[in-house]
Design a protein around this ligand. Sequence first.
Ligand code: IPD
Ligand code: CA
Length: 268
Amino acid sequence: MDDLTKNARGDLEQRFLRSKDIAVAAGDLAGRFFENRNALKIETKSIQDYVSNADKEVESKIIHTINAHFPNDQIVGEESGCKVADSDYVWIVDPIDGTANFINGIPHFCISIALCFLGKVRFGVIYDPNQKELFDAFRGEGAFLNGKPIKVSNNSDLDQSMISCGHSFRIKDEIYLGVIRKLLMASAEYRHMGSAALGLAHTACGRVDGFWEQQINSWDFAAGQLLVEEAGGWINESIPGNWLQSGSAILCTNRHLKTALQKITGIK
Ligand code: IPD
Ligand code: CA
């Protein structure tokens, strides 16, 4: 935290505290839509990529609250794009990560909120309303689940590991299938759960030993990447400078499995 002035730190802490309330309130709203999902209005953005009125309304509630407290901050949201503002503070919001699960009635989705200050992610919050689990991390201060410190797994054996994987139809099937095949050949177990943000959060708390997806958007991984780092894990250094606009490949794991998973995925 040594690159922060006392004032900047205070401003960030204020936003961090607020972000947890925002995530929980947004999760409660998403939960209410989930209970009445027969009434959802669903649109298709691209192949197997959906948006519902719930995603839009949850995002607008989040944006509304951020605007009310921090009117000069910039917000990048999955459903509304970018609120242009000349601000050092950039919020990165995924109102419902796991939308396909959500609309199919699978209770595995979350709210993901991160904040960048001067180009660096400073905190991340992920809320799973179904499990009532709030994951949070402030850079340099560790990662927490419902207020208790969390750590990545200590597993060093690929043949006893479980790796969470993500997929979208933006990626050639050979790439996805190639990595899954190599994982299976190494006797590693894999899961495809449908929420990248929760895959990262579950890596941070050691439920799975890593997360991989070949190309994901910034709002899917901004909060989760910090959780993993703050939980003592490793995340790929190859994330490009323009990740906020372009997204990135994401590979993260504990320190022991890093080299083996780099070899399997080709991600450094
Ligand atoms: C998607 C989920 C999915 C991942 C996709 C994302 P959405 O986000 O995180 O697990 O594989 O790449 O787009 O559409 O549910 O917000
Ligand atoms: Ca998402």
